[in-house]
Design a protein around this ligand. Sequence first.
Ligand SMILES: Nc1nc2c(ncn2[C@@H]2O[C@H](COP(=O)(O)OP(=O)(O)OP(=O)(O)O)[C@@H](O)[C@H]2O)c(=O)[nH]1
Ligand SMILES: [Mg+2]
Ligand SMILES: [Zn+2]
Length: 311
Amino acid sequence: MSTSNASSDPPALNNSTDTNGTGLVIVNYGKSLLIEDSNGKLIRCVPRRNLELIVCGDHVTWESAGDGTGVVTRIAVRETVLNRTDGENRVRPLAANLDQIAIVAASEPALDEFLVDKYTVAAELVGVQPLLIINKSDLLDNNTRESLEQRVADYADIGYRILFTSVLNTTGMPELEQALTGRTSILVGQSGVGKSSLIKRVLPGLEIAIGRLSAASGQGRHTTTTTTLYHLSCGGKLIDSPGVRDFRLGHASAVELESGFREFRNYLGQCRFHNCRHLAEPDCAVADAAQQNRIDPRRLESYRQLVAGLS
Ligand SMILES: Nc1nc2c(ncn2[C@@H]2O[C@H](COP(=O)(O)OP(=O)(O)OP(=O)(O)O)[C@@H](O)[C@H]2O)c(=O)[nH]1
Ligand SMILES: [Mg+2]
Ligand SMILES: [Zn+2]
């Protein structure tokens, strides 16, 4: 198993590899990146100029620089890519060649459904399954558990899998491992929900920096600073990513957004206006479905908020 720690300092390298070839990107530190060659060795590389941003999960071609380090010369075509929009309105890739997006939430920090919605839309647009993980289930009593279950029930109705997990009492861990087996998954979500702790659980012995929630604010500290790929012993790859306050989808049109809400699909094409945006138009099949609770009105509100953000 080759991994690297989650701090921003590149780990010590095995310098015995000195060839060219293909590699898998384990982490991009900014100025340098670590790739894993076909023998599982880690090689520190720099990207050749003019390459687009290289991300975790990318398959690349590299050339030896002759000193144990390498130069990445090419990025293989990505099967999938998870994008976000950054503060300067640029669409940036976060990770590539994923086949599952595991959205991690918890009761602390409080569940942010709009954030979860944005990640489910991102997963739909990427074309991969979202898995919703409600971690820290050990913190729930009967009442809080019931209310949280109710809040996430609509995601189950849509068809998304929900796993309640606890790193402390290992609830849901066998199911989580099974869901991760044989796939490339990324853990995303707010800071402090326990993404790195979950990785540490499924990869015992791995030293991952685990932060403490600030007691005062109830906000998690940003303990994970780089997106990092780990190999699971059960087969499969798991990518840890830094926690977020917010997630802005990569650029998506209104039509893409409506198809990103899977449960709307039954109603699309049934509105009075063929170009209905499901905002305030008359005879809107999507709005009618929400009124009858066949669509969660809260999810329609999320969609409307995202469409409003387009203008
Ligand atoms: N009670 C309880 N605490 C947990 C659980 N999982 C994680 N924690 C605690 O939650 C805090 C944050 O955990 P991390 O794993 O660092 O969270 P993270 O999502 O990786 O945070 P970022 O790296 O900042 O995005 C730590 O103090 C963990 O010990 C759990 O299942 N139950
Ligand atoms: Mg973390
Ligand atoms: Zn409509």
